[in-house]
Design a protein around this ligand. Structure first.
Ligand code: SAM
Ligand code: MG
Length: 417
């Protein structure tokens, strides 16, 4: 038999919620009667959502698929500034729990018909009277559509306690709205197939409730109500990696900086062995046009200096000085730093000194992640992964293969990252 709805009805119901979340930019969403978390799995991909909570009376059902909600490897490898926390609870919608207050959206998809009528009253009190979200979406079967469902006798599911006509659903919804300060619009998903009586309405009827006080009413409602009630059992909680977390920001920044550092080290070695790499400029001349401050890259850098303010100017001047000092020095070693390790007495620990200002202006990702040069310095100083010069203005990139290139002579190198 051909499926009656395409896409299937459960998908249409979930899509209805997703469209609402996108339109209203709901940040905190709780799905009541979340079952095996299929709606939550879809909602987690919507960047507007920051807190996603699922509640179901059947803990085993929730646990069955809850691990599908864990972050995937790209969430760790390429974290963004988006934030997402997911929490799953075992509990009944007839009981209140203070962790579920202050939400933008509460969804109850095909849940209420599984409650007895007295429990529907508790549900109304908990959701509209206690949780007081900005919006509520309730879906439930429309019994007027049932004659169109082939072979159906009685209710659509053996666990259903009732199935309402549109008038019954609307009567409950209007009563609740009036009592708790909401307005409601009625719609649905699953239209009658062509050739059938369309007057029966949608297969799943939906009420969309909006709190009359809007978003700002929330805090007023909470004032003076300080008693915390924890009646649900937390089954699962996960914080997705986000660049708002300083540790994660540092990790990504350091990875990026190390990547560039390795590039530089490689290029330096290529340069020394005579393999020209056009990605950076080697200046052979002593003074003259080719020296720092006059190449195209340096002119571009100077333009950037203006844009990045006084601190940048200071560091760029510093960089200029470092390069000029090198020019005036006796050889390549001037541009390298002496190590403090075991080898100090016999050899030089050779490093390339890369001014952080160069990294910051030339690597867009490093610039974007750190925000400012002083932030970049602070973040890099916070951990042992990278080595900075004594004054913290430059990254020291170790040239492991010491002494190999001593016969190559050049005066200064400007890195173009
Ligand atoms: C028909 S399923 C709907 C699942 C899901 N909302 C969906 O759209 O696919 C109804 C769910 O409500 C849950 N449920 C029934 N009574 C409940 C109660 N008092 N509190 C919380 N969840 C309840 C059931 O365990 C079941 O997972
Ligand atoms: Mg049902």
């Amino acid at each position: 038999m051909e499926p009656m709805f395409s896409p299937p009805l459960h998908r249409q119901r979930h899509q209805f919620v997703i469209d609402f979340v996108k339109r209203n930019k709901s940040k905190k969403v709780v799905d009541l009667g979340c079952g095996e978390c299929s709606l939550l799995r879809k909602l987690k991909f919507h960047r507007e959502v920051e807190l996603l909570v699922g509640v179901d009376i059947d803990g085993a059902k929730v646990k069955k698929r809850m691990h599908d909600l864990v972050p995937i490897s790209t969430d760790y490898l390429q974290p963004t500034y988006d934030q997402l926390c997911i929490e799953l609870y075992q509990g009944s919608v007839t009981q209140s729990d203070s962790r579920l207050r202050g939400f933008d959206l509460v969804t109850s998809i095909e849940l209420i018909e599984h409650l007895t009528l007295p429990d529907v009253e508790y549900f109304s009190e908990v959701v509209f009277g206690y949780m007081t979200p900005v919006a509520v979406i309730v879906s439930t079967p429309n019994s007027e559509f049932n004659p169109l469902l082939p072979g159906l006798k009685g209710f659509r599911h053996t666990d259903h306690k009732f199935e309402w006509t549109r008038a019954e659903f609307q009567s409950w919804a209007l009563k609740v709205s009036l009592k708790y300060g909401y307005e409601v619009e009625f719609t649905g998903v699953g239209e009658a197939p062509t050739g059938h009586d369309e007057r029966v309405g949608f297969c799943s009827q939906i009420g969309v409730f909006h709190r009359l006080m809007g978003r700002d009413g929330c805090n007023i409602l909470f004032a003076g109500d300080a008693i915390d009630v924890f009646s649900y059992t937390l089954l699962y909680s996960i914080n997705y990696p986000s660049l708002h977390d300083n540790n994660i920001l540092r990790r990504v920044l350091v990875t990026e900086v190390l990547y560039w550092a390795e590039n530089l080290r490689r290029r330096w070695i290529e340069e020394k062995t005579g393999e020209r790499d056009d990605c950076y400029t080697q200046c052979q001349a002593e003074g003259g046009d080719q020296c720092p401050g006059s190449s195209e890259q340096d002119m571009e850098m100077q333009e950037k200096q203006t844009a990045h303010g006084a601190e940048m100017n200071h560091l760029m001047e510093h960089r200029g000085r470092a390069l000029l000092e090198y020019q005036a020095g006796e050889g390549d070693e001037e541009f390298w730093t002496k190590g403090k390790g075991k080898q100090e007495s016999s050899t030089l620990q050779r490093s390339v000194s890369v001014p952080l200002a160069v990294l910051w202006t030339s690597c867009p990702k490093v610039g974007a992640l750190s925000g400012s040069l002083s932030n970049l310095r602070r973040l890099l100083m916070d951990g042992p992964e990278v080595k900075l010069s004594q004054d913290g203005s430059a990254l020291l990139v170790n040239l492991q293969e010491q002494g190999t290139y001593s016969s190559v002579s050049f005066k200064c190198v400007t890195f173009d990252l």
